[in-house]
Design a protein around this ligand. Structure first.
Ligand SMILES: Nc1ncnc2c1ncn2[C@@H]1O[C@H](COP(=O)(O)OP(=O)(O)O)[C@@H](O)[C@H]1O
Ligand SMILES: [Mg+2]
Length: 257
């Protein structure tokens, strides 16, 4: 079982679009997949037309039991389950501040889910607090969507520095270009620069396109609504890269970079 987080400390960069489409792409390949929607805004849950059941609360995340997993829902798709977000997740950081093993609670929960799933995706909030530190510990790989702009690049390296300072494994951070618009000079220049300097950068790029944006209207993954579109192909390619990274880690015991 592998845990793959779609993470950035920046909002609006394509974390949820990636988490939703990668989860769907994995399930499409017959991989038993769980998506944990960790963002109180619940966008991934919305895309999959799932609402949190009565009684679902943030506190089940940190009680050291598998209780939160009772709230896992089926989606409309085979092999794809989701634990929807709840508005109370907005208090997760504060709540974690007053428990023991505050940075390991998500890992404890995921251990309970490990036997039922081959791949667990995390759709993360744009956070660099205790929730994020739980994610940094438990994720085998952190996919970081990076819009090819100066500010997004800066945000990525801030997280990278935080990893270094805090002793987390920097090789887990795998940026990929998101919302790429080759008509923009800044996108082309940032891409050229990072391709030359950042070995952790994944090969796949997700293009900026209306079809991905339309997921909000149709409430389904772009792979479902527009299976032949180049953005769907890009998400499938991204999944292939992610699976190759996990296989390489398993085979060698060292990060694949
Ligand atoms: N490749 C893309 N092309 C066009 N719009 C996109 C693309 N990826 C995401 N979006 C849109 O950008 C907004 C932010 O994307 P989202 O995945 O929700 O980001 P995050 O989860 O990082 O906040 C959403 O409105 C989404 O529909
Ligand atoms: Mg999101």
């Amino acid at each position: 079982m592998s845990v793959v987080a779609c993470y950035s400390s920046k909002g609006g960069v394509g974390k949820t679009a990636a988490a939703v489409n990668l989860s769907f792409a994995a399930a499409e390949r017959g991989i038993r997949t769980l998506l944990l929607d960790l963002d109180q805004q619940g966008a991934a849950s919305f895309y999959f037309r799932v609402r949190p059941a009565k009684g679902h609360r943030a506190r089940w995340f940190m009680d050291g039991t598998p209780r939160a997993l009772r709230f896992v829902c089926e989606t409309d798709y085979a092999d794809l389950h989701i634990l929807p977000a709840h508005i109370s997740y907005r208090k997760l950081d504060t709540m974690l501040g007053s428990v023991r093993r505050a940075k390991r609670r998500l890992g404890d929960l995921i251990e309970y889910a490990a036997k039922d799933y081959e791949l667990i995706f995390l759709d993360c909030p744009p956070n660099l607090g205790l929730v994020a530190e739980n994610i940094f510990r438990v994720a085998d790989t952190l996919l970081v969507p990076l819009i090819p702009t100066t500010l997004s690049k800066r945000t990525f390296y801030q997280v990278d520095e935080f990893f270094e300072r805090s002793g987390y494994d920097r090789a887990k951070l795998r940026p990929f270009f998101s919302m790429v618009d080759v008509r923009k000079r800044m996108h082309r220049d940032t891409r050229t620069e990072l391709r030359a300097s950042e070995p952790r950068l994944l090969a796949t790029e997700i293009p900026l396109c209306a079809q991905v944006e339309a997921m909000g209207t149709f409430r389904e993954p772009v792979l479902r609504g527009f299976p032949g579109h180049r953005s769907s192909q890009a998400f499938r390619d991204l999944l292939r890269e992610v699976i190759a990274i996990q296989e390489s880690k398993r085979a060698t015991g060292v990060p694949h970079c």
